[in-house]
Design a protein around this ligand. Sequence first.
Ligand SMILES: NC(=O)c1ccc[n+]([C@@H]2O[C@H](COP(=O)([O-])OP(=O)(O)OC[C@H]3O[C@@H](n4cnc5c(N)ncnc54)[C@H](OP(=O)(O)O)[C@@H]3O)[C@@H](O)[C@H]2O)c1
Length: 185
Amino acid sequence: MTTPSTSPRTIYNTATSLDGYIATTDHSLDWLLSRESDEAGPMDFTEFLAGVGAIVMGANTYQWILDNEGAEPWPYEVPCWVCTHRDFPARTDADIRFTRADIPEVHKAMTAVAAGKNLWVVGGGELAGAFTDHGLLDEIIVSIAPVTLGAGAPLLPRERELRVTEVAGNGEFACVRYEVVRQQH
Ligand SMILES: NC(=O)c1ccc[n+]([C@@H]2O[C@H](COP(=O)([O-])OP(=O)(O)OC[C@H]3O[C@@H](n4cnc5c(N)ncnc54)[C@H](OP(=O)(O)O)[C@@H]3O)[C@@H](O)[C@H]2O)c1
């Protein structure tokens, strides 16, 4: 085990099934939301979020939040980029920036506002994969739920070499932090 490098880092942090899906084929997270975890426990999410200065997600992840938590206040305080070609309504209650810009441009804009804090790639997997395509993803943190789904939205549809830097158990989850090994060109 090695200690991860200091900030700022671009980190894909997500929960996943054991067989590598972050949602069912119909975008359900019921298999996840019923699980027990300790928000102040090992590799806890509260501490992770405190180190984040900007976040990015894809259109289906944003739509899931609208569909399932739309009646609640927007859950994040830091600016959020939503990568999409759709015309979502603009909103005034949260700093949400809809974009169809290239990933390097999005990453640059996020870095500028994050003021030295980490960037969180929320998902989905293809978006996280696009960050790795450009060599812009430093770490992957997964909380593995004790379930297999058989099909669904993939965790990371790419072949990538990773290095384990941290392992912990938290409630029902096995949590693992990986460093993304840079490809030699
Ligand atoms: N388990 C967890 O902790 C966790 C975490 C995150 C998400 N989720 C769930 O997992 C599912 C993820 O869905 P998904 O795999 O379809 O991924 P997604 O990234 O949320 O959505 C994919 C869509 O985002 C848009 N998009 C992605 N990259 C883009 C880019 N570079 N430029 C422009 N648009 C881009 C495209 O839509 P358009 O072209 O149509 O706009 C694309 O079809 C959701 O159900 C979400 O709720 C689970």
